[in-house]
Design a protein around this ligand. Structure first.
Ligand code: ADP
Ligand code: MG
Length: 317
């Protein structure tokens, strides 16, 4: 397959009178990629997703799905499954009935509906509940029925607006698990959330949005390590045999290591600010010591610290 992105938004702006709900939003979701659209309430996530799915017309900007401009070609959305405003499923119907109905709208025949319904209900862990009325379900279960609807036509690309919002922790975990299952099926996903850990858990890439503007976008690990070589992190090394002064000294002399702190006989913390090559050298030095490395953790190199870094100074406004 060529490198055409599954979703591409270029310069999306939506004005409400003189107020820009989003300004110049650019993002690209490659095929098979899971991207999180992360930002606080009011940041412009729903507006962005509505513009991308054609639910609203942006004041300016372009959206391409699989390289096709959705403005000129509504069929571009045929292979996209989306849940934007979290519609509630009809309480008087069962999941099986709802999927029958949705399947007919998609133009599937009854055999296809049967096969696909089973498939999506199993993915969403709702197969045993197929003949129970939705009205009796918990919010998390109703949400999984809505997601099953979005997946029924086997879309290549899935767009979800805060699918776990309003759910209890268990409901959230279940939705995340089911979404993680889709990853193995090589689908592309764009999912909005205001929860950082949700992105780190299921997404390989992220677009961070604040006040309607993109503040960072791209591969999660690349963004984290691209914040700047002078960004300080802590490397924590735990060993099987007691640390020797020689090993500590070797580690301290590695490029990028600013300070060290012994944490008992078997552990040392290194303040580190260097390149990824420097960091690899520290790791190699630790392994070469022959002390048996039990653990090597890096703290401060995660999405949370990146987000804090990017939104630094916000509280002083
Ligand atoms: N129809 C509308 N008319 C006026 N302002 C709107 C409208 N829809 C959204 N907004 C404003 O645009 C901003 C972004 O909203 P939204 O995209 O819903 O944010 P999010 O989904 O990230 O919480 C908010 O300040 C919101 O109040
Ligand atoms: Mg929203």
């Amino acid at each position: 397959m060529d490198g055409t992105p599954a979703i591409e938004a270029v310069g999306l702006t939506k004005m409400y009178g003189g107020f820009a709900a989003i300004s110049d939003v650019n993002l690209k979701v490659r095929r098979g990629e899971f991207m999180g659209l992360l930002g606080p309430n009011g940041a412009g996530k729903s507006t962005t997703l509505k513009a991308i799915t054609g639910l609203l017309t942006p004041t300016s900007g372009t959206v391409r799905i699989d390289g096709i401009d959705i403005k000129d070609h509504r069929h571009a959305m045929e292979h996209v499954g989306c849940v934007i405003e979290t519609p509630e499923p009809y309480p008087g119907f069962t999941p099986a009935e709802i999927l029958q109905y949705v399947g007919r709208i998609y133009g599937l025949d009854s055999r296809e509906i049967e096969i696909r319904s089973r498939d999506v209900l199993e993915i969403m862990r709702m197969w045993e509940w197929r003949d129970k009325k939705v009205g009796e379900f918990s919010k998390g279960m109703r949400q999984r029925v809505v997601l099953a609807q979005a997946l029924l036509a086997n879309p290549q690309t899935i767009i979800l607006d805060e699918p776990t919002s309003g759910l209890d922790p268990r409901g959230m975990i279940e939705i995340r698990q089911t979404l993680a299952e889709l990853k193995s099926k090589n689908r592309s996903l764009l999912i909005s959330t205001h929860i950082l850990s949700e992105v780190s858990e299921i997404c390989g890439s992220v677009t961070m949005i604040r006040d309607g503007r993109v503040i960072a976008s791209g591969d999660v690990s690349r963004l984290i390590h691209g914040v700047g070589a002078d960004k300080e992190i802590t490397l924590e090394i735990r060993t099987l045999k007691p640390l020797t002064p020689q090993v500590i000294s070797d580690l301290e002399h590695c490029q990028g290591v600013r300070a060290s702190e012994r944490m008992g006989d078997y552990s040392v913390k290194l303040e580190f600010a260097g390149t990824t090559e420097d960091q690899a050298h520290v790791t190699e030095t630790a392994f070469r010591s022959g002390l048996g490395i039990l653990a090597l953790n890096e703290k401060g190199a995660d999405l949370e610290s990146l987000y804090m870094e990017l939104t630094k100074g916000d509280e002083i406004q």
